[in-house]
Every structure is written in C-alpha cells, then in structure tokens.
Design a binder for this molecule. Sequence first.
Ligand code: HEC
Length: 138
Amino acid sequence: MKLIAFAAMAMAYGLTSCMQMEPPQEVDFVGEVKPLLETRCLECHQHQYVCAGLNLETRSLAMKGGRSGAVILPGSPHQSLLYKVLLLGHESPVAMPPTPEGMEQEGTQILHDWIQQGAKWPDNVRLVPPQEWKNKHS
Ligand code: HEC
C-alpha cells in the first residue's frame, strides 16, 4: 500500500513539476513572414518604389539594408532596424508601416521571432509587391 501511494505521489509530482514545455515554434518564412512583409511593407520597399533605399524583395537585398545600412541582424531583433521601426510611435517619421494602424502585435512578434531565429529566408523565395499582385494572378 505504502509503495503504491508513494509511486502515485511521485508520478503526480513528476507530472506537475517536470511538465515538458513546448519548444518555441519555429517561424515559417513562406507561411508567416512573407505574407506579412508583402502586405505591409513591399508597397514601398521594392524595385519600383524604394523608400529609404531599402528593397525587401529578396534576402540578399534585404540583408544589404537601406540608407542607414543593415536593417536585419540575424539573432538580434533589438539591434535590427527592420524590427525597431515597428515599435516606434506615430510621432516618429520612421515608424513602420507608416499607416495609422501600425503593425499588429502578432505581426510584430512574428518578425521578432523570425530575426531571433536567424532570419531564415530561402534563396529562391522572392517577395511580390502588392502593385504586381494582379498581374501575377491574371
Ligand atoms: C507607405 C510606404 C511605406 C510602407 C508601407 C513601409 N515603409 Fe518603410 N519606409 C518608408 C519611408 C518613406 C521611409 C523613410 C522614412 C524617413 O526617414 O523619412 C522608410 C524607411 C524604412 C526603414 C529605414 C531604412 C533605413 O535604412 O533608414 C526601415 C527599416 C523600414 N522602412 C522598414 C519597413 C517595414 C519593416 C515595413 C513594413 C512593416 C515598412 N517599412 C513599410 C515607406 C514605407
């Protein structure tokens, strides 16, 4: 009896104190980051309309950065201008995206995690600016 009670206690204790934590979900570039950048950023950061010298169409262009230099430092979202501009208030002229709504919490988190996890961006994935969406689908 005693042994069974102990085993049950140990089990219960183990279950509550050693619960396996979900590993942080790896951000999926194509499924999560790409649509976010395309809908919120590409309008003004692409070959035909290059604001601040920053073109976000491909990884190599994005990594090159804009007039201020690199905007993505893999592993360090808080050093990355691409993330920092999302946190700026409307009083700043560089708050991105420069729309009244700004970026939702969820989108900000996705870009944070993506940069933190190394800003993975497959070489063959090219972002499409909204201006070219209808051409692509017609
Ligand atoms: C409506 C157009 C527009 C959209 C949409 C837009 N930007 Fe910008 N972006 C600009 C302009 C204009 C500047 C230059 C602002 C200034 O300093 O006057 C800029 C500057 C920047 C810079 C600074 C670059 C440098 O080297 O100084 C970053 C980083 C940036 N944008 C990222 C983003 C991100 C990320 C998004 C999407 C969340 C985004 N932008 C959406 C127009 C836009």
